[in-house]
Write a protein that binds this ligand. Structure first.
Ligand code: ZN
Length: 279
């Protein structure tokens, strides 16, 4: 089955991974800007990173027939440096009209601090003023419950934002309901060490239905599995879900969500269209 991975950090993966993804049916990826594993020292470092995301990475993906899309921001882990964060936010508009840039992300909270909240709100303001979509990272483990609550309060407190154009990622059993009931899209991340497993993700689809739910690998430079979405497909099949139901979550939902961005120039492969017509 063809699919889209809506959250994966390909800059930290190898070209062999692109080949494997292509062989497994991946036709597009969306890559939010994230933490490099160390705090970048200057806004020039971010300029180079955004250049890499919007030019080189798209070409590397294209050589395997995979369409590459991206999101720009400064990560919550670096928000403690408020002045650097503001320099980066001021620079982002230079890149927003580039091919494949879907919006602002992944913004969010990490340790739920005051500075993180300040920079999160300034990113929201940028997105509102530039009419961009938003992709949100919710914190890990013990910080997730409180951090997700704080994020949803900040989002719903800004009346300029259209909830159907916002994806709240890394939801788990204790946060997914809030996100969906408030009208946002929710992303489930399949990660070997935290977040969610394929089994738990399928449980959530069964509990809440497939509407506005996405599934991703969030593959990065840490322990992660770039082919986690096919694991989800297999788990759905083993529980007897129809091909149409699976396709909705792993292909149609990301297309529907991303299509709200003016730079989503996705071209469905011919064989994908044929599969839709003859399930
Ligand atoms: Zn991420």
């Amino acid at each position: 089955m063809y699919y889209i991975d809506p959250h994966i950090h390909m800059v930290s993966r190898t070209t062999d991974d692109y080949e494997t993804l292509a062989k497994m049916g991946c036709v597009a990826v969306s890559e939010p800007a994230f933490w490099a594993g160390y705090d970048r020292g200057s806004s020039a470092g971010f300029r180079d990173y955004f250049e890499q995301l919007t030019s080189f990475e798209a070409k590397r993906a294209a050589s395997y027939g995979i369409q590459h899309f991206t999101w720009l921001c400064i990560n919550a882990k670096e928000a403690e440096n408020v002045s650097l964060s503001r320099e980066v936010i001021a620079m982002i508009p230079e890149f927003l009209d580039r091919a494949g840039v879907l919006g602002i992300g992944e913004i969010g909270l990490n340790k739920n601090t005051r500075n993180e909240a300040t920079i999160f709100l300034e990113h929201l303001d940028l997105a509102a003023k530039t009419d961009e979509q938003i992709l949100i990272h919710t914190p890990h483990l013990e910080d997730k419950y409180q951090g997700t609550r704080m994020i949803l309060d900040m989002l719903t407190g800004d009346r300029r934002l259209d909830r159907s154009r916002i994806l709240v990622d890394h939801v788990e059993e204790h946060t997914v309901r809030w996100v969906l009931e408030a009208g946002f899209w929710a992303g489930m991340t399949l990660y070997p060490v935290s977040k969610c497993t394929p089994e738990r993700a399928v449980d959530m689809v069964e509990l809440y239905g497939p509407e506005r739910l996405l599934v991703n690998s969030a593959g990065d430079w840490g322990p992660s599995k770039p082919t986690a979405v096919p694991d989800f497909i297999l788990e759905m099949r083993s529980r007897g879900h129809s091909e149409q139901a699976i396709r909705q979550v792993v292909y149609e939902n990301p297309v529907k969500f991303f299509s709200q961005s003016r730079n989503f120039t996705f071209e469905a492969p011919e064989w994908a269209e044929a599969e839709v017509r003859h399930p």
